[in-house]
Design a protein around this ligand. Structure first.
Ligand SMILES: Cc1cc2nc3c(=O)[nH]c(=O)nc-3n(C[C@H](O)[C@H](O)[C@H](O)COP(=O)(O)OP(=O)(O)OC[C@H]3O[C@@H](n4cnc5c(N)ncnc54)[C@H](O)[C@@H]3O)c2cc1C
Length: 421
């Protein structure tokens, strides 16, 4: 159904999950859409290594109260949820101070509400798309947040209160109830208890993005692969793009450029406090199906998630600050493998796991930035941190509605450029 009056030509830069979801809602609204991607296909960067956890409940900011202490103590451990890179720069230190200031209780509460709102809206949209197109992207339901000791369980109390406030359904389980719900925990070490989220799911983000690309092709969206946008410049009432020595112009441009966004937007005078945090995955083939978890799992101590992706098990986690390269850090790998061996030692061939890392761009408040930039007809959908898959459809629909001049279906407060004055 065409909702809007004026059809626009819109260039979406970036073929990750955000660009593809944005292109979908824009095409549905009747616009002429072209996706411009520097790689040879969609879902080749952050979207590729995604661990798949998908739901409102996973969308909690990392900067929880107590995070500063956790980062410092992690520096001295063999395994840790965080790695501070040796090439720590003054700019990064400045960013981290801003980020840590956001872990103050009231700020954390506010950001949690904003992210949950977006993630829950996304979940509704995902269900609609899933049902409408009958797509299969290896979805599963249910997530267990596992705790190793009573102290960790007790520490979940404030988060539980906040999750209830946000309407995220969850249940506290003791050790035997957790093992009964996830029989693959039979060979696990200490399970003090778990928080069970029945509505949290997981799904293969890459597969979803590729299926949506096929749907977009059916809707007449054009794809320009191997095309790098080197500059964006407002040009009268339109916007001009430099693409490998050629110029293309459009009525509006959407930057869904992930960790490349800061560099691309800087010449437009947009200096955003964006920092790309490096995170890791380990993917291993399932060896014993009865020993592999059916539910998605999150380790409370190390903040490592685990989910089945078809016949593979994917672990993801460890936030590395200050790394620009794609080198694999030993401490990060040790952490992922420790978590795998602690909970599901016989599930998969962990010793032959393949490792990957990617950068997740984040603003200091960890809340995404969606909508108009203040520069004529230039829009963004960026900075989703570690929960971009969970928020992709909601963020993209809000963006498309703004471009089409339609009212937003959820409150945009705190998600737009307005928060920078
Ligand atoms: C290891 C890891 C695990 C994760 N796990 C989860 C999870 O379990 N749940 C969850 O909700 N989220 C998770 N995330 C976060 C989520 O994957 C990201 O937020 C999401 O993929 C971001 O999508 P994107 O489209 O913004 O970025 P990307 O996928 O990085 O896409 C950006 C695209 O823009 C293109 N591009 C950039 N610059 C240009 C240019 N100048 N010209 C043309 N093209 C350009 C790039 O090539 C790229 O394809 C995880 C992230 C990582 C790294």
């Amino acid at each position: 159904m065409i909702h809007q009056q004026t059809q626009k030509q819109i260039a979406v830069i970036g073929g990750g999950v955000m660009g593809i979801c944005g292109a979908y809602f824009l095409a549905q609204a009747g616009h002429q859409v072209a996706v411009i991607e520097q790689r040879s296909n969609v879902a080749e960067e952050s979207t590729l290594g995604n661990s798949g956890i998908l739901s409102a409940g996973s969308a909690l900011p990392w900067s929880a109260p107590g995070m500063r202490k956790a980062i410092l103590s992690g520096m001295f451990n063999q395994e840790s949820p965080n790695v501070l890179n040796a090439r720590f720069s003054p700019a990064l230190w400045c960013w981290m101070r801003r980020w840590m200031a956001e872990s103050e209780v009231q700020r954390f509460r506010l950001h949690t509400h904003q992210m949950q709102r977006l993630a829950s809206y996304s979940q509704d949209l995902l269900q609609q798309i899933e049902q409408h197109f009958q797509i299969d992207f290896e979805q599963s339901r249910g997530l267990l947040r596992l705790c190793r000791n009573d102290e960790e369980l007790a520490a979940l109390d404030p988060a539980r209160e906040l999750l209830s406030e946000c309407g995220v359904s969850h249940r506290l389980l003791d050790s035997s109830a957790a093992r009964a719900l996830e029989p693959a925990l039979a060979n696990a070490g200490n399970v003090a208890g778990a928080l069970y989220f029945p509505d949290i799911g997981a799904g293969n983000c890459t597969l979803f993005t590729k299926q949506l690309k096929a749907i977009l092709q059916g809707l007449g969206v054009h794809f320009h692969f191997n095309s790098n946008v080197s500059a964006i410049a407002p040009h009268g009432s339109r916007v001009a793009l430099q693409i490998d020595g050629q110029q293309l112009s459009a009525d509006a441009v959407v930057c869904a450029t992930g960790s490349a966004s800061a560099k691309l937007l800087k010449p437009l005078g947009l200096r955003l406090p964006l920092h790309a945090i490096k995170t890791y995955t380990a993917t291993a083939s399932v060896k014993n199906y009865e020993d592999a978890p059916k539910l998605a799992v999150l380790d409370s101590s190390y903040k490592v998630s685990m989910a089945r992706i078809g016949s593979r098990l994917r672990l993801a986690g460890v936030a590395e600050f200050g790394a620009k390269n794609m080198d694999i850090d030993d401490k990060a790998l040790r952490t992922l493998l420790k978590v795998a061996h602690d909970w599901f030692p016989d599930a998969a061939n962990f010793n032959s796991a393949s490792f990957w890392c990617g950068h997740t761009p984040m603003l200091a408040d960890e809340v995404p930035l969606i909508g108009h930039t203040g520069v004529n007809n230039v829009f963004v959908n960026i900075a989703h941190g570690g929960s971009g898959w969970s928020m992709a459809l909601g963020a993209s629909k809000l963006l498309a509605d703004q471009i089409s001049g339609l009212p937003s279906e959820v409150d945009l407060d705190g998600l737009t450029m307005a928060r920078y004055g």
